[in-house]
Design a protein around this ligand. Structure first.
Ligand code: HEM
Length: 471
C-alpha cells in the first residue's frame, strides 16, 4: 500500500514539473519577448568607440538619432550601451524607474575621487548623504554667502586685468574652486586653502590620465596627492570636532549627521564627499562661465542689454559702494536668461551614464541587465521640436518655461545636481562685477571647441581684461 502512495506522489510531482516547464516555454516574460533597440555594435571589442571620439561626439549622437530615432544601441568604451534621446526616455531612466539604473563610473575614477562620494551610490546611503549635501547648498544656506562670493569674484577679476592674455577657462577653474571651498568650509585658513588647492590640482591633472602604478606618471602622482588631501581633510575634521563649532557649511552638515540621525559617517566618508563636491563643482561651473564670456563677447547688443540691467543695480547700490543683496541677485532677469541659454547652448554635460541592474523593457525594446544606458541631454536641448532654431543663442526664449523634462542642464531625478542654486548664484554675481567694471577682448575669432573633458571654447578662450576707469 505504501508503495502505491509513493508512486502516486512521484507521478504527481513529475506531472507538475512537466506542466511548469511547458508553461515556462510558452509564457515568457515581456522582457524576454522584447527585442533590442535598433543600432549597430561596430567592431568586435572596440565597438564604435573610434567613430565616437574621432570627431565631435555630438555629431555621432545626432547622426545616430537621425538614423534610428529616440532609442538606439551601440558599443562604446568596451560596453554594450543604449542611448536615449527623448525627454520621456530620460525621465524613465533618471526619475520614474531610477531604481533600475545605477550610477556607473570606471573603478580608477572612483578610487581617485573617493569611493564613498555620493554620486557613486544608490539607495539609503545615497539619499542620506544627498539630504546633507542639499541642506548645505539650499537657497537658505547659500544666501549668506553673497558677500563672500562677491569678494572672490572681484579679486579674481582684478587679478586678470592688465595688458596680458589670460586663459579664461583656467582662471574660471580657480574661481569656481574657491567658491567650492567657501561652501564646504566657510572661511578657511589661507594655509589650508593653499594646501588643498595645490594637491587638488595634481589630482585634477591625473584624473583623466592612464591608470598605472608606475612612479612618476601623472596618475601615480595624482593618487599620492589624493592621499595627502585625505590627511589634510582629516586634520580639518579633527579641528572642527575639537572646537565644537556649529557651522551650516557642508562640513558642518556632514559632521552633524552623526548627532541627528545616530548614523555614523566616518572621517574617510566625509573626506570622499568633500572631494566629490569639489570635483562636481569645479570644471562644470568654470566651463559654463567661459562660454558666457564668449557668448556675451560675440553679441555686443546683448552685452549692452546685460550691462544696462547690471548698471541699474550698481547705481542703486551707490556706485557699487554697498554690497549686492540676495534679493538683487533674484531680480537679474535678463542675466538669468543668459545663464539658462548658455547652459542649453553649451550643454556641457552632454549625457550621463547609468547601468541597468535588471532586464528592463522600454517601449517594447529590451535594455539588458548590465548594459550602459545614456540619456543624451544635449540632443534634447538641441531638438527643434523643443527649442526653435536650436543653434541660435537666444536668451529671450526662456521668457516662457521650456516643456517639462526638455531642459536638464543639471540632470533630473534622484541624482540631479544639488549645487545648481550655488552655481547660478556665483554666475550671477560674477557677471554683475564683470560687466559693470570690466571690458574684455577674446583672442582671434575662436570658433572651435575643445573637450577637457567638458566642452570649452578652443584653447580655454585666451582673453584680455581691462578695468573701466569711468567707475
Ligand atoms: C554649471 C555648473 C554645474 C552643472 C552644469 C552641473 C551639472 C550636474 C549634473 C548634470 C548632475 C547629474 C549627473 C547625473 O545624473 O549623472 C550633477 C550632479 C551633481 N552635482 Fe552638479 N553641476 C554644476 C555645478 C555644481 C556645483 C557648484 C556643485 C556643488 C557645490 C555640484 C555638485 C553636484 C553633486 C554633488 C552631484 C551628484 C548628485 C548625486 O549623485 O546625487 N554641481 N551636476
Amino acid at each position: 500500500m505504501e508503495m502505491v502512495w509513493i508512486l502516486v506522489y512521484v507521478l504527481l510531482f513529475l506531472s507538475s514539473l512537466l506542466s511548469y516547464l511547458l508553461l515556462r516555454k510558452h509564457k515568457r516574460s515581456p522582457q524576454q519577448r522584447a527585442k533590442l533597440p535598433p543600432g549597430s555594435m561596430g567592431w568586435p571589442y572596440i565597438g564604435e568607440t573610434l567613430q565616437l571620439y574621432s570627431q565631435d561626439p555630438n555629431i555621432f549622437f545626432a547622426s545616430k538619432q537621425k538614423r534610428y530615432g529616440e532609442i538606439f544601441k551601440t558599443h562604446i568604451l568596451g560596453c554594450p550601451s543604449v542611448m536615449l534621446a527623448s525627454p520621456e526616455a530620460a525621465r524613465f531612466v533618471l526619475v520614474t524607474q531610477s531604481h533600475l539604473f545605477k550610477p556607473t563610473y570606471p573603478r580608477s575614477k572612483e578610487q581617485m575621487i573617493g569611493p564613498s562620494a555620493l554620486f557613486f551610490h544608490q539607495g539609503d546611503y545615497h539619499s542620506c548623504l544627498r539630504k546633507l549635501v542639499q541642506g548645505s547648498l539650499s537657497p537658505d544656506a547659500i544666501r549668506n554667502l553673497v558677500p563672500d562670493i562677491e569678494a572672490i569674484a572681484i579679486s579674481a577679476l582684478e587679478s586678470w586685468a592688465g595688458d596680458r592674455y589670460v586663459n579664461a577657462f583656467h582662471e574660471m577653474k580657480k574661481f569656481s574652486f574657491d567658491i567650492g571651498v567657501l561652501s564646504i568650509f566657510g572661511h578657511l585658513d589661507a594655509y589650508y586653502r593653499e594646501e588643498l588647492k595645490k594637491n587638488y590640482c595634481i589630482v585634477d591633472k591625473g584624473y583623466n590620465s592612464f591608470p598605472t602604478n608606475i612612479p612618476g606618471t601623472q596618475y601615480k602622482k595624482a593618487i599620492l596627492a589624493r592621499k595627502r588631501l585625505n590627511q589634510i581633510l582629516c586634520e580639518l575634521i579633527r579641528e572642527r570636532k575639537e572646537n565644537r563649532l556649529e557651522k551650516k557649511d557642508l562640513l558642518g552638515c556632514l559632521l552633524n549627521s552623526k548627532e541627528e540621525k545616530g548614523q555614523i559617517l566616518t572621517d574617510n566618508q566625509i573626506a570622499d564627499n568633500i572631494i566629490g563636491v569639489l570635483f562636481a563643482a569645479q570644471d562644470t561651473t568654470a566651463s559654463i562661465l567661459t562660454w558666457i564670456l564668449k557668448y556675451l563677447h560675440d553679441d555686443p547688443k546683448l552685452l549692452e542689454a546685460v550691462k544696462a540691467e547690471q548698471k541699474a543695480l550698481y547705481e542703486s547700490n551707490d556706485g557699487g559702494n554697498r554690497p549686492l543683496t540676495w534679493a538683487q541677485t533674484r531680480s537679474m532677469s535678463l542675466t538669468y536668461r543668459v545663464i539658462l541659454e548658455s547652459l542649453r547652448m553649451a550643454s556641457i554635460i552632454s549625457f550621463t551614464f547609468r547601468e541597468a541592474v535588471a532586464d528592463v523593457e522600454y517601449k517594447g525594446y529590451l535594455i539588458p541587465k548590465g548594459w550602459k544606458v545614456m540619456p543624451l541631454f544635449r540632443n534634447i536641448h538641441h531638438n527643434p521640436d523643443f527649442f526653435t532654431d536650436p543653434q541660435k543663442f537666444d536668451p529671450p526664449r526662456f521668457e516662457s518655461a521650456p516643456k517639462p523634462n526638455t531642459f536638464m542642464p543639471f540632470g533630473n531625478g534622484v541624482h540631479s545636481c544639488p549645487g545648481n542654486e550655488l552655481a547660478k548664484l556665483e554666475m550671477l554675481i560674477f557677471i554683475h562685477h564683470l560687466v559693470t567694471k570690466f571690458r574684455w577682448e577674446v583672442v582671434g575669432s575662436q570658433t572651435g571647441i575643445q573637450y577637457s573633458p567638458f566642452p570649452v571654447p578652443q584653447h580655454g578662450l585666451p582673453a584680455k581684461f581691462w578695468k573701466e576707469t569711468s567707475n
